[in-house]
Design a binder for this molecule. Structure first.
Ligand code: BGC
Length: 388
């Protein structure tokens, strides 16, 4: 019976694709109006499904008022922002919130989710630590008829996931790759430029999207010999950083620098998938490298990294306005709770092993020293004082 309810939610969601862009930097709680169509300015943003239509909603609304929000860790600035933004918006919308952080420990996250299921949550929002480790615990959610939204990171190998909300992860990588192409004028410059790659955590589904997005932009330049990789470390399995740990990225880059650049060879490009890994690479550069400073990419616009951007130690970051994602997820929760059609804008990209999960992809944009004030300060994301 309960399975049937979830089945209805899923069935509705599968056909309820509605093309809408992400609502910019607006932190206001999301309205629950059924989506009509994409605003013109944002029509190019979402990845797929321009033809998808939104039929009338008919999903059974869950009873109860409590929303469980499981976040991976407090160690990274962004997850604190994600969690607190969502809690504030959900509470403002009248929901009770059980917000938990799991110290990047899978067993802790599993038991937190168990408690949420047993504690009467009607909807779960989960940013997983390891996208492949929640299959068993989510059986419980499924049999209790509790819809689950995968937050930012796809949860794999379980049909208990109703929706996925994230930023366009492939585009994050493309943005990093394109920034490198533009900064070094790779279409015109002869090169060769030396590059080293630091990717994300192999247990995070997003990490391969970031890597592939960047490499798809850069590969033609590698093939043309304009970019070379002196360490020879290229494939994802070799360049990944377990747990996205700054220290791991730092020690790996220290080894690469001492083996390949100690003779005065210049490093021109440090492609880093996110800010925590970029920070490790920047630390390694500060301690072990005296050549020309490379283009260093990142993602998240963490405060430490924006400061480094201002200081010339990091070239760019990808700004993913966590207020936007939190608002979208709050909107999804409201739509689920009210038995309404849930807005999604991608029904092609994210197959979790049990089928494609209807997704809402928000738009990432690059930030660098030239536009960070407008993006980060004028929008109220940070204050000037935060960045001092
Ligand atoms: C997120 C990134 C974050 C990384 C490390 C990824 O799943 O999308 O924004 O930098 O995890 O926490």
């Amino acid at each position: 019976m309960k399975r049937k309810v979830l089945g209805m939610v899923l069935a509705t969601s599968m056909v309820a694709a509605t093309l809408v862009g992400c609502g910019g930097g607006d932190a206001a709680p999301a309205a629950t109006e059924p989506a009509a169509e994409a605003p013109a300015a944002e029509a190019e943003a979402p990845a797929a499904d321009a033809e998808a239509e939104a039929p009338a909603a008919d999903a059974a609304a869950p009873s109860g008022n409590k929303v469980g929000v499981a976040m991976p860790t407090k160690d990274l600035q962004r997850w604190n922002q994600d969690g607190s933004n969502m809690q504030a918006e959900l509470e403002a919308a009248g929901y009770e919130v059980d917000l938990q952080y799991a110290s990047n420990d899978v067993a802790t996250q599993v038991s937190q989710i168990e408690n949420m299921i047993n504690g009467g949550c009607s909807v779960l929002v989960i940013a997983s630590i390891d996208g492949e480790s929640l299959t068993t615990v989510l059986e419980g959610a499924k049999s209790a008829g509790i819809p689950v939204i995968a937050y930012d990171r796809l949860i794999k190998n379980t049909d208990a996931i109703s929706y996925y909300a994230t930023f366009d992860n492939y585009k994050v990588g493309q943005t990093q790759g394109q920034y490198i192409v533009d900064q070094l004028d790779l279409d015109n410059a002869a090169g060769p430029f030396n590059m080293e790659i630091t990717a994300g955590s192999p247990d995070d589904n997003n990490a391969t999207f970031f890597y592939n997005g960047a490499m798809d932009v850069l590969q033609p330049y590698i093939d043309a010999g304009k970019i070379v990789i002196p360490s020879g470390q290229v494939d994802f399995a070799t360049v990944g950083t377990p747990a996205w740990a700054t220290e791991t990225a730092q020690s790996r880059m220290e080894n690469i620098l001492s083996s390949n650049y100690a003779d005065g060879t210049n490093l021109d490009i440090a492609l880093c998938s996110n800010d925590s890994t970029a920070l490790g690479v920047e630390n390694a550069l500060a301690a072990n490298y005296t050549g020309n400073y490379p283009v260093v990419t990142g993602q998240d616009c963490d405060i430490a990294n924006v400061k480094n951007m201002i200081d010339g130690k990091q070239s760019m970051s990808v700004f993913k306005d966590t207020r936007t994602l939190a608002s979208q997820v709050v909107k999804m929760v409201g739509q689920i709770m009210n038995g309404e059609t849930v807005e999604v804008n991608d029904t092609e990209t994210y197959d979790n092993g049990t089928g494609v999960i209807p997704s809402y992809l928000c738009e990432p944009v690059f930030a660098d020293v030239n536009n960070y004030k407008e993006l980060l300060i004028d929008s109220g994301y940070y204050t000037e004082a935060d960045l001092q």
